[in-house]
Design a protein around this ligand. Structure first.
Ligand code: ADP
Ligand code: ADP
Ligand code: MG
Length: 453
């Protein structure tokens, strides 16, 4: 078993990883930027190393400084968390070259799946359904138009290097195609320094349904059921739940098998997520595979009772999976709400600042993953996610009632958050009935913001 792990991240995910390490008796090293001296992850780890200035490029993306911190403190592995370097092939390879274990899949697998247009090709090869679209990338308007003329409107133009909902634009008719292509390409260039593009048919009114995968280094691959992440604002998830109300046992089995097929086809190891869109008619299509732990992993942990960070560390230690597919059962229902430091009345602009007072809810079936505390100053340099509130209950309706209770109890004073928006969604009849798709927020946004004025 690994003995000492450096966590190459910050915020709630760094805290989350440190907690499991402590329970496993594994020593932890935190890294922090000068803006994070007083952060919770810096305080909770056994050791902490300052690796640079506040800007991510100076610290959390600074590969040299991170590797140096890990070797100087005698770590045998690095956990990348999510965001930052978690899906960076060069970093994963560098960690391994320096004689440490990268807690994630092999660098070449990250590379292959990180290019979303190449990943599509791999899935076609593996026999997993993908959305009709381009074969490989399309990098001129003429080439794009040729594909679109074949598949028909509406389409979604996407960046091969995309992530976090960026670098994608829709076109419903020919007049919109050129502008959509140019804006998506420019956004991709700015966000990822890479403007390789591909195109897919836009699936109308889909649900986003993803499967959690665990794969050990001995060829065993299982799935841990699905998450419905359809409540999204601008392709960014806001609420996630497990299981997905729209899946029959039969559909779950088919999608789960395809998710396992996708992971096997890619030579995948460690924890990962296979993302699908599910049409109202029950057709599903692969959209991408995320080669890391996911923000919304706690809902899967709640319904399966499995600690995913622990499994990641066991797998990276070379151990075999303790579970076969038939050992996995989804018990009850779990929901997660992301609480972001942002102002719903100002177009969701980030709202950094000092936490003046804080009350974290408790009670049965409640889990709050966060790094904020009273007096803590939320930095403008990083992602705006401040907390994840997760509930677990025997049924979906009870989970909804529990989440309402918890959101009513949560107090974060000093910054603006999306808490009232989450509360509002939890009371919408369509949400309660499970009648929602990825357009839910777009459709309800105006009333949500004004009714909470
Ligand atoms: P999920 O929520 O499914 O785990 P997201 O796409 O929302 O995945 O990304 C998780 C985190 O990683 C978010 O904090 C997001 O801002 C960040 N992130 C995602 N893709 C990138 C990227 N290419 N570069 C930097 N950060 C990213
Ligand atoms: P990212 O890497 O930014 O997470 P994804 O490819 O996972 O990008 O897509 C993000 C979101 O965009 C999905 O969760 C889904 O809501 C929507 N989406 C992606 N592809 C399609 C598609 N072909 N049709 C409809 N919606 C899509
Ligand atoms: Mg995605």
């Amino acid at each position: 078993m690994l003995k000492k792990i450096l966590i190459a991240n910050r915020g709630e995910i760094a805290v989350r990883i440190i907690r499991t390490c402590k329970e496993l008796g594994i020593e932890t090293v935190a890294i922090y930027s000068t803006a994070d001296r007083t952060s919770l992850h810096t305080q909770l780890a056994d050791e902490a190393v300052c690796i640079g200035g506040p800007r991510p490029a100076e610290s959390y993306l600074n590969m040299g400084a991170i590797i140096e911190a890990a070797s100087q403190t005698g770590c045998d592995a690095i956990h990348p968390g999510f965001g930052f370097l978690s899906e960076n092939t060069e970093f994963a390879a560098l960690v391994e070259e320096c004689g440490m274990k990268f807690i994630g899949p092999k660098p070449e697998v990250i590379d292959a799946l990180g290019n979303k247009s190449k990943a599509r090709e791999m899935m076609i090869e593996a026999g997993v359904p993908v959305v009709p679209g381009s074969e490989g990338s399309v990098n001129t308007y003429e080439a794009l138009k040729e594909v679109v003329d074949r598949i028909g409107y509406p389409v979604l133009i996407k960046a091969s290097a995309g992530g976090g909902g960026r670098g994608m634009r829709r076109a419903y008719k020919e007049e919109e195609l050129k502008k959509a292509f140019e804006t998506a390409k420019a956004e991709a260039k700015a966000a990822f320094g890479d403007d390789d593009m591909y195109v897919e048919k836009l699936v109308l009114n889909p649900k986003h349904v993803e499967f959690q995968i665990l794969a050990d280094e001995h060829g065993h691959v299982i799935h841990l059921g699905e998450r419905d992440c359809s409540i999204q604002r601008r392709n960014q998830k806001m609420i996630e739940e497990s299981p997905c109300k729209a899946l029959s046992e039969e559909l779950r089995e088919r999608m789960g098998n395809d998710a396992v097929k996708a992971a096997k086809g890619a030579g995948y190891t460690n924890a990962g997520t296979v993302e699908f869109v599910l049409s109202p008619e029950g057709e599903y299509y692969f959209i991408e595979m995320n080669t890391r732990i996911q923000v919304e992993h706690p809902v899967t942990e709640m319904v399966t009772g499995i600690d995913l960070i622990k499994e990641q560390i066991r797998i990276a230690s070379g151990l075999k999976l303790n579970y076969a597919q038939e050992d996995i059962h989804l018990n009850g229902h779990a929901i997660e709400c992301r609480i972001n430091a942002e102002d719903p009345h100002n177009n969701f602009a980030p709202s950094p600042g000092t936490i003046k007072s804080l009350h974290i809810p408790g009670g049965p079936g409640v889990r709050v993953d966060t790094f904020i505390y009273q007096g803590y100053q939320i930095s403008p340099f990083y992602d705006s996610m401040a907390a994840k509130v997760i509930v677990h209950a025997p049924t979906r309706l009870e989970a909804i009632r529990r989440m309402r209770r918890v959101l009513g109890e949560l107090v974060i004073d000093g910054i603006k958050t999306n808490q009232t928006i989450q509360f509002y969604i939890l009371h919408q009849p369509d949400y309660i009935k499970g009648r929602f798709n990825t357009s839910f927020i777009e459709k309800h946004l105006e009333e949500m913001v004004t009714d909470n004025g």
